[in-house]
Design a protein around this ligand. Structure first.
Ligand code: NAD
Length: 447
């Protein structure tokens, strides 16, 4: 099959590379010229384990190509995937300007019947809007071409995106025409060899499924963070509570880790967009609003703990921060808890020396210039260098390399042996044996 993927970010690039890997002929299109020029040389714009090999091998085979020219890719294309960003607009709803722009371009360029797939996360009713925009463009050309708009939301996790895409739990396809459903079924057949993974439904149901899934996961996280905060005030260790409730098969262990709040490009914006949708329909988003509220509060918890221990004026204090990415396995820092923490610490007068195993280049690009220029935010070369003369170490992202650090060496480098563990990665008793004072989430301080 001949596919065109429009938008070559986390989702578009993984989608394109994985379909090429499974035998489709794929062209990835982006308006970012530098990104496309780099990709043509095999240089990837993002860090995603395993992606580079798949991209380079399929480029060498000629099954994966990159261009900025949709008109070239569109010739004889059977399926267009829209994979551009849908950031929050001013009122919290998903901003569909990029999706609509791409839809217009597809209408201007398509040459035959095609299936147009919304891969981006988009609110219920977007497929109808896409169809209207495509039809307008076709009318302007004076051409009569048939097409179907399908919803096929993406569920990959950054950091495990290749595995998730090649071996998905399920493939949600919302199609209102049998013709489109059949084409999508054939496209995904190689991904469903051991069992049928495709769940077919109508377009609006599929659009809603994506929001409900992300909102459910965000709810689990916020719920557990709230439980953690209650535990802490009762002298209860939330880690025991987590294990205790996770063993119930109705609850399960995933997404109940207390921490410093969820971030990333999806949960915050999708919860926000669903709140807006809910309000528009006249349903009070009582649960969703609480999920968002708890998360905003949770992102401040580490700074509050630090100030409670070391004082609200942190002038002259220095902190080592381990982890900048919003979660391990990615260089993505969008809405990361680390950003809120750094902001709070700098505002209180502190110096922050930060290290992340893969997000350093991203940090240098994305963090406010004023922070870096002030020399009060320093990007360290390695995790131990970050510790030198710091008054405490703060763990924000639970990368594997941070899980079993050399506590003895840490103690020698730090000015004060204090750990603020934003992901409950360490055993308080073990670090206390090395002379550390330990502050976790949802458990009493220990030393
Ligand atoms: P991204 O910001 O990484 O990439 C979007 C890309 O689209 C950029 O490269 C941009 O240059 C390009 N683009 C914008 N306008 C364009 C146009 N007119 N023509 C061609 N290219 C254009 O975004 P992302 O993280 O890949 O997310 C894309 C969508 O997928 C969003 O709706 C997101 O919610 C959803 N999603 C993301 C994830 C994730 O983990 N990142 C997971 C599931 C779903």
């Amino acid at each position: 099959m001949k596919l065109t993927i429009i938008g070559t970010g986390y989702v578009g690039l993984v989608t394109g590379a994985c379909f090429a890997e499974m035998g489709s002929r794929v062209t990835c299109v982006d308006i970012d010229t530098a990104k496309i020029e780099n990709l043509k040389k095999g240089i990837l714009p993002i860090y995603e384990p395993g992606l580079e090999r798949i991209v380079q091998e399929n480029m060498a085979d000629g099954t994966l190509q990159f261009t900025t020219r949709l008109e070239d890719a569109a010739r004889d294309c059977q399926i267009f995937f829209i994979a551009v960003g849908t950031p929050p607009g001013e009122d919290g709803s998903a901003d569909l300007q990029y999706v609509r722009r791409v839809a217009a371009r597809i209408g201007q360029c398509m040459t035959d019947y095609a299936v147009i797939v919304d891969k981006s996360t988009v609110p219920v009713g977007t497929a109808d809007q896409v169809a209207e925009v495509v039809q307008e463009a076709l009318d302007t050309r004076g051409i009569d071409l048939e097409f179907d708009v399908v919803s096929n939301p993406e569920f990959l996790k950054e950091g495990a995106a290749i595995q998730d895409f090649l071996k998905p739990d399920r493939i949600i396809v919302g199609a209102n025409s049998e013709r489109a459903a059949k084409i999508m079924t054939r496209l995904y057949a190689p991904f469903s060899m051991n069992r049928d993974k495709m769940i077919l439904m109508n377009v609006r149901d599929a659009e809603m499924t994506k929001y409900a899934a992300n909102a459910m996961l965000a709810t689990k996280i916020s719920f557990m963070n709230e439980i953690a905060n209650i535990c802490e005030h009762l002298g209860v260790d939330v880690e025991n509570v987590r294990k205790g409730i996770g063993s119930d098969s109705r609850i399960g262990y995933s997404f109940i880790y207390p921490g410093a709040g969820y971030g990333g490009s999806c949960f915050p914006k999708d919860v926000k967009a669903l709140i807006k949708t809910s309000k528009d329909t006249g349903v009070d988003p009582a649960v969703l609003a609480a999920v968002e509220n708890r998360n905003n509060l949770q992102k401040k918890v580490l700074a509050e703990k630090i100030k409670a221990r070391l004082g609200t004026d942190l002038s002259g204090r220095r902190f080592a921060l381990w982890g900048l990415a919003f979660k391990p396995g990615t260089d993505d820092m969008r809405e990361a808890a680390s950003i809120v923490l750094i902001d709070n610490l700098l505002a209180a007068g502190a110096i922050v020396c930060a290290y992340d195993p893969v997000a350093m280049a991203q940090a240098a690009r994305e963090l406010p210039e004023a922070w870096l220029e002030s020399s009060r935010l320093i990007l360290a070369n390695d995790q131990y260098q970050a510790l030198e003369n710091a008054d405490a170490m703060i763990l924000v992202t639970e990368w594997k390399t941070f899980r079993r650090p050399d506590f003895k060496r840490m103690g020698q480098l730090l000015n004060q042996k204090i750990i603020f563990d934003g992901r409950n990665q360490y055993d308080p008793e073990e670090v206390a044996e090395f002379g550390f004072e330990y502050h976790g989430i949802g458990r009493e301080a220990f030393h």
